[in-house]
Design a protein around this ligand. Structure first.
Ligand SMILES: C[S@@+](CC[C@H](N)C(=O)[O-])C[C@H]1O[C@@H](n2cnc3c(N)ncnc32)[C@H](O)[C@@H]1O
Length: 265
């Protein structure tokens, strides 16, 4: 699902890394850290933008890092990536000084994000850049009225998901600008990155819709009303007359909040 998300948002990510390169102008970007790298969305976008860079991809999950390394090998980029298994809740790993740090959808996972931000600050060279990205609106795919089931099914799913996420991830929706400033950063830029695709969707976006809504279905399971559950099942069953890929009103809409900050010189 993360890889599909990367493909669907590729254009927006490329724009964002271009902006980071503009802000870094005059300073070489060679040593990059991707915090909570997952399957490498940021790692690969940054390697493309900064041809002299190598990326240390930090994640607590061996499975994510294995996936990232396999992709790197397939794309001939393995020699520019250092996968590093570390739980940043435990301690900051030995990384060496970084020119650029990227933390996408990962800071809200940290038990103590303020401590991690201070560690990032200490690791960045003066004048180096930190980009923090947090999902503001999780991806939506469906119109309110599907023509069957009770209208508003997807919105109800998101209410349940937001509730579950808020219970498990207390830092979601934090005031990141204040936290960045408190850790010693100066914010250079705040922006919103929106992915908005309308029908007819490319094949990747349809697969992304299946993957995301399928995950929602399994996450919410018994929390869904029987009616919403059967609506979602009908959308996800590929041979159903109501299956997602048969719809001409499928869309992708998501918004990320982005802060680009610097460690003052
Ligand atoms: C939602 S994923 C985001 C992945 C990627 N940055 C992206 O934008 O697609 C969050 C990642 O943070 C990692 N993560 C969560 N807590 C962590 C921790 N304490 N230390 C290191 N990585 C962590 C997870 O394993 C996961 O891969």
């Amino acid at each position: 699902m993360l890889d599909l998300d990367a493909e669907v948002a590729a254009g927006q990510l490329a724009e964002l890394t271009t902006r980071i390169a503009d802000l870094a102008a005059g300073h070489p970007v060679r040593d990059v850290l991707d915090i909570g790298a997952g399957t490498g969305t940021g790692t690969f976008a940054l390697l493309r933008r900064f041809p002299e860079a190598s990326v240390t991809a930090i994640d607590t999950s061996d499975e994510m890092l294995r996936h990232l390394q396999d992709s790197a090998t397939r794309h001939g980029l393995a020699d520019r990536i250092r996968p590093l298994r570390a739980d940043l809740d435990e301690a900051w790993p030995a990384t060496g000084q970084a020119d650029l740090v990227w933390a996408s959808s990962s800071m809200h996972h940290m038990a103590d994000p303020d401590r991690v931000l201070r560690d990032i600050h200490a690791t960045l060279r003066p004048g180096g850049l930190l980009t923090v990205i947090e999902m503001e609106q999780m991806p939506r795919f469906l119109p309110d009225d599907l023509g069957f089931g009770r209208p508003g099914m997807e919105a109800r799913c998101h209410v349940l998901l937001d509730r579950a996420r808020a219970e498990h991830l207390p830092h979601i929706g934090s005031d990141w600008p204040s936290r960045l400033t408190a850790a010693g950063f100066t914010i250079r830029e705040s922006r919103e990155v929106t992915v908005g695709l309308q029908s007819p969707l490319p094949e990747t976006a349809i697969r992304y819709a299946y993957a995301t809504l399928g995950r929602i279905r399994s996450r919410l399971a018994d929390d869904l009303s029987p009616e919403d559950r059967s609506t979602l099942d009908a959308l996800l069953a590929k041979d159903s007359p109501n299956a997602l890929h048969t719809r001409s009103d499928l869309q992708v809409l998501s918004t990320r909040a982005v802060w680009i900050a610097t460690r003052p010189e």
